[in-house]
Design a binder for this molecule. Structure first.
Ligand code: PLP
Length: 497
């Protein structure tokens, strides 16, 4: 299996090269040259395996340059009870008749990003070895909260890597700040920036592309790589849990082998729902892929009209990980839907960069509405949904997941579709304790963050994740705070070069 770039189909690299490079040199994203298939018999057989083996089985179809031993080294290290609080890793919980929650948040940072960021470091170091890059991999991350912590936990003490995370001093929640400041591991660094998220991101980008710094790293046997969601190494692990959930539903007798399901995904950067699209096209029987957005509903409009227009107001919501106006993984979907037409992709994404808007062709519009449904809801509806499902089903869900539940309820009412449905549950309710508690109790809480967690534990009957329970007593290790223009020196000093 080789990988092409969405902006140049002639580029052809191995998966090890695609993963170490992260993004193609001309700015395109790597996609596998074909979508491998999985038969229903294979899916059924997966039901008898543990999660790490299911993942390995799927990866062998995509990472054909990896040996079996290399793949198992990655999966066994990433998907074990050492880092996940449930043996099934991706847990299915029955919400109401024919509706299932796929809980993807039992990892070390309580959000679904762990599903990919627990394994990416192993993919990266293995890939680097395979292509004889005998270098230490240096990961720089700019974060608005969740990705930084998940990346830190993933790369913590992984041999041959070093990670440095920058966050905006005033731009993350107190809990997120504490999670990062108390990070453990010998190869990690965390630093606050006197600026906003864009300053962090611009600073990191400038360092990534600075020739002088790159040379300095090379002289010291180091290289930069990226842990963000444009890396194929972050997307492929997400395909696994959709296949795995189908195998579990068959095994549990909830569906018959071959029955179609709907999949609902609370969406921001379009990575998670694109993985579901891949699972479908590999052979998982899927009726509709339902794309749920918050009030930043650029994707709802796009799927319903074929016009992508980011020229609109940006809102900060109670589901912050979906507050996004440019969904980068859409580029991969459109590449597939245009029959891998790199010229068209360059044209559309050029228009997006220049004017913030593009409109797809009539046949792509038709494909979009055939495969996807889209809807959105605002913060008030999100809050009401958390309250309702808590009252009706004694189930506590986080704000992002609630957006998906609400959009699905609307879909079901409008279409009368009774197909069994899997909803991707992307974060632990504890991760957004303040909003969830307010929704459950029907009023704002006066408690501090830790007491809110305790209160939520009483109300929800969900055990507090150990990562959050320990937080109060952990010593802070990282208190550096720097000016925007001091990032370059800080990185070099941190690397000791
Ligand atoms: C990142 C994130 C999302 C959005 O996922 P995408 O792959 O970016 O679409 C949804 N919910 C939570 C909790 C997240 O952290």
């Amino acid at each position: 299996m080789f990988y092409n770039s969405t902006r140049n189909s002639d580029i052809k690299v191995s998966s090890a090269e695609a993963i170490t490079q992260g993004i193609s040199a001309e700015g395109g994203l790597f996609v596998p040259e074909s979508i491998p298939s999985i038969t229903l018999d294979e899916v059924k057989a997966l039901g008898e395996m543990n999660y790490a083996d299911r993942a390995a089985y799927v990866f062998k179809k995509f990472l054909t340059d990896f040996t079996d031993a290399e793949i198992h080294y990655c999966t066994d290290n990433a998907y074990s009870v050492k880092s996940f609080e449930t043996e099934s890793i991706a847990e299915i919980s029955h919400l109401f008749d024919g509706t299932y929650m796929l809980e993807l948040w039992h990892g070390p940072t309580c959000a679904f990003k762990d599903m990919a960021l627990q394994i990416l470091p192993y993919f990266l170091t293995t890939s680097a070895k395979k292509i004889n890059l005998d270098k230490k991999i240096v990961i720089l991350v700019a974060t608005s909260g969740d990705t930084g912590k998940a990346a830190l936990e993933g790369f913590k003490d992984v041999e041959g890597t070093q990670i440095l995370v920058f966050y905006p001093e005033q731009g993350v929640s107190p809990m997120q700040k504490r999670q990062m400041k108390t990070q453990e591991g010998e190869n990690v660094g965390v630093c606050a920036l006197k600026g906003n998220f864009d300053d962090c991101q611009n600073g990191v980008k400038a360092i990534f592309t600075n020739e002088e710094i790159k040379e300095k790293l090379a002289e010291n046997s180091m290289m930069f790589s990226s842990a963000n969601s444009i890396n194929w190494g972050r997307l492929v692990p997400q395909i696994v849990y959709y296949i795995s959930s189908y195998a579990d539903l068959v095994k549990g007798g909830e569906i018959q082998l071959g029955d179609k399901i709907n999949i609902v995904v609370p969406t921001g950067n379009f990575g998670n729902i694109l993985a579901a699209y891949y699972a479908k096209h590999m052979g998982i029987p899927v009726n509709k892929l339902i794309c749920a957005s918050n009030i930043n509903n650029v994707l709802t409009d796009f799927i319903n009209t074929g016009v992508y227009d980011r020229n609109r107001q940006f809102y900060a919501t109670t589901s912050p990980s979906m507050d996004i106006l440019i969904s980068s993984n859409l580029e991969r979907l459109l590449y597939l839907m245009t029959g891998r037409n790199d010229e068209t992709i360059k044209d559309w994404f050029g228009q997006l960069a220049a004017n913030g808007r593009y409109e797809v062709s009539a046949d792509v519009k038709a494909k979009l509405t055939e495969e996807f449904c889209a809807g959105f809801c605002d913060d008030e509806q999100t809050k009401n949904t958390i309250h309702e499902i808590y009252e009706k089903y004694s189930y506590t869900c986080d704000t992002h997941t609630a957006v998906a539940v609400k959009v699905y309820e609307d879909y079901k009412r409008e279409t009368g579709d009774t197909t069994k449905t899997v909803i991707a549950s992307t974060a632990s309710p504890y991760k957004f304790s303040a909003s969830v508690l307010e929704a459950v109790e029907g009023g704002k809480s006066e408690l501090d963050e830790y007491d809110m967690v305790a209160k939520l534990a009483e109300l929800s009957n969900i055990p507090v994740p150990s990562a959050l329970a320990d937080l109060r007593n952990k010593p802070e290790r990282f208190n550096d705070s720097i000016e925007k223009d001091a990032m370059k020196e800080y990185v070099l000093k941190n690397l000791g070069i």
